[in-house]
Write a protein that binds this ligand. Structure first.
Ligand SMILES: Cc1cc2nc3c(=O)[nH]c(=O)nc-3n(C[C@H](O)[C@H](O)[C@H](O)COP(=O)(O)OP(=O)(O)OC[C@H]3O[C@@H](n4cnc5c(N)ncnc54)[C@H](O)[C@@H]3O)c2cc1C
Ligand SMILES: O=C(O)[C@@H]1CCCCN1
Length: 388
């Protein structure tokens, strides 16, 4: 049922983790906020579903690692507000080659000197087999966020602070102006401020506002692999999360999480997928080969010999990539009361509490709490011209 009211302080489009955290911060600042979601909640058609996401301080780019203390603090605040556990510390190892610039940058971001060679890694974490010459950097702060539970928690606090969450209501049209008018499948709403956090649908939505953002939705195969000996990769023992950087076997990167979601199944995925349209993501013929799964099987037989080499479970998820894989967090170049948060490029979940805060600050005209230089729309040539 449509809400009675039609006028709000702020409207947020998209109740994934980014829009939900944005709405949470707005409601905590006593802004009368409407959060609109096209699907009935919970749903698995976007990017924020499933039980697990990696959280880590290790980042090659210092502008992300610098946000992590704020992010950890805000995740803990949400845990306290809802009395739920949203995070399990498991540690994470970054696997790569010594001296490789991104690996070195990760090490610097952690302020650690220790690098584990193949023998030291196998001793500490018996499931992993590095190849000769490869090393691992340990981020002991890292772990797993319980994604679905986190989404529910942030939406619950948003509502508790008086926010209105309307699901099953798709935004069809946005009319810019000093007051923005948003038309959905169920009603018409007005607000002086609009925030668009529509995940893989953002490109199409902002097209109607004259903006051509270089956003590419990717269909990601999410694969779970059975332990040959049950219990060997579970977080109850010693297995950390991992990700690879710059290894020739996996130029886009491969990552994994211990067996938390499904008993005895470790999540190991390719940080890459096939270009898709979010409306058509299931239309790939089921008989089509999955080249990324073949890459994963080969990686697993070399690096994780305790796992079977065919996935036991395969699900899908969406990334929305920018060309440089940095986020877009900015005002519309022409309509400054419309703020856009998009292009999270497969690494946005852990930072959602900070992203939400930044989008809220941008929308309210406050000084952002972090440096926004890397997230500006103007870094993409032609976008501004197209918007004018
Ligand atoms: C397989 C996979 C693994 C990942 N692993 C990690 C990880 O380990 N660590 C990490 O930090 N990040 C990870 N990520 C990335 C992270 O999950 C995403 O960056 C994040 O979920 C993006 O959230 P979002 O809110 O932008 O998008 P979404 O969750 O897709 O939310 C956008 C919402 O907008 C709604 N919407 C769209 N159009 C409309 C409309 N017209 N009207 C109303 N509603 C609309 C959609 O239905 C959707 O619910 C991973 C992502 C995937 C897919
Ligand atoms: O954001 C992360 O930490 C992971 C890294 C590997 C790919 C998926 N996302």
């Amino acid at each position: 049922m449509a809400p009675q009211k039609s006028t709000y302080d702020v409207i947020v489009i998209g109740a994934g983790i980014q829009g939900s955290f944005t709405a949470y911060h707005l409601a905590q600042r006593h802004k009368d906020t409407l959060l609109l979601e096209q699907f009935l909640l919970p749903h698995s058609r976007g990017s924020s579903h499933g039980q697990s996401r990696i959280i880590r301080s290790a980042y090659p780019q210092e502008y992300y690692s610098r946000m992590m203390p704020d992010s950890f603090r805000l995740w803990q605040q949400l845990e306290a507000e809802t009395g739920t556990t949203l995070y399990r510390q498991t540690g994470l190892v970054v696997l790569g080659l010594p001296g490789e610039p991104e690996l070195e940058a990760c090490r610097r971001s952690l302020g650690v000197d220790e690098v584990l060679d193949a023998a030291a890694l196998a001793q500490r974490f018996p499931g992993f087999r590095l190849q000769a010459g490869q090393v691992a950097v340990l981020d002991s702060t890292a772990g797993v966020l319980f994604a679905d539970r986190a989404l529910r928690a942030v939406q619950e606090v948003f509502r508790r602070h008086g926010g209105t969450l309307q699901d099953g209501e798709k935004v069809l049209h946005i009319e810019p102006g000093a007051t923005v008018t948003v038309t959905t499948t169920a009603g018409v709403y007005k607000a002086p401020r609009l925030i668009i956090t529509a995940g893989a649908w953002t490109g199409a939505l902002v097209e109607q506002l004259g903006l051509h953002l270089p956003l590419q939705p990717l269909r990601i195969n999410v694969c779970y692999w059975r332990e040959k000996q049950p219990g060997s990769a579970s977080s109850g023992s010693v297995s950390p999360c991992f990700l690879t950087l710059g290894l020739s076997q996996a130029p886009h990167g491969i990552y994994g999480l211990p067996s938390i979601e499904y008993p005895g199944l470790m999540k190991v995925c390719h940080h890459h997928g096939s270009p898709t349209d979010p409306e058509k993501r299931d239309q790939a013929p089921s008989s089509a080969p999955h080249p990324d799964v073949a890459v994963l099987s080969s990686f697993i037989s070399s690096y994780l010999p305790g796992l079977e080499t065919q996935p036991a479970v395969m699900e899908t998820c969406l990334y929305t990539n920018t060309p440089d894989e940095d986020f877009i967090l900015d005002r519309h170049p022409k309509f400054s009361n419309i703020v856009i948060g998009a292009g999270f490029s497969g690494h946005g979940f852990k930072l959602a509490p900070v992203v939400g805060k930044l989008l809220c600050e941008l929308s309210l005209g406050e000084e952002p709490s972090h440096n926004m230089a890397h997230f500006a729309i103007t870094r993409f040539p032609g976008v501004l011209a197209a918007a004018q």
